[in-house]
Unconditional design. Structure first.
Length: 127
């Protein structure tokens, strides 16, 4: 049975600050986040099905991510929305937990870019 890894990219804008941080991130500031969601699984082999030959229909992946993550974080102050210290690492793990119910074992890797040159990666082995 053939497998594939499928990745979709999303963007959202959010603000946050890191209380007690010794650098400038202690002050309120914003980021243009880039979220890469990768799923991995077998190709659907149901002949004649709409999703034949896919791991998951991209439309469904987009809907899951939009509802579970983007609509909740876009143009928000993350310190007011998330019940954790809003480091990019914690936001990535929060994102994984939000997507797990819909994607289950298909969820393979997340990359959350906080800046144009830096991201955190969370994989199945990290959760």
């Amino acid at each position: 049975m053939p497998y594939a890894t499928l990745t979709r990219i999303f963007t959202f804008e959010s603000a946050h600050h890191l209380p007690n941080h010794l650098g400038k991130c202690a002050r309120l500031h914003g980021h243009s986040y880039r979220l890469e969601v990768a799923i991995r699984g077998p190709l659907i082999e149901t002949v004649g099905a709409s999703d034949e030959g896919m791991v998951l229909d991209l439309v469904d992946l987009k809907r899951f991510v939009q509802e579970a993550v983007i609509e909740r974080l876009d143009h928000q102050n993350l310190n007011e929305v998330l019940a954790c210290r809003t480091t990019v690492e914690n936001i990535a793990h929060w994102t994984w937990r939000q997507l797990s119910p819909a994607l289950g074992d298909l969820l393979f890797r997340l990359r959350l870019w906080e800046t144009a040159t830096g991201y955190v990666e969370v994989t199945k082995d990290d959760v």
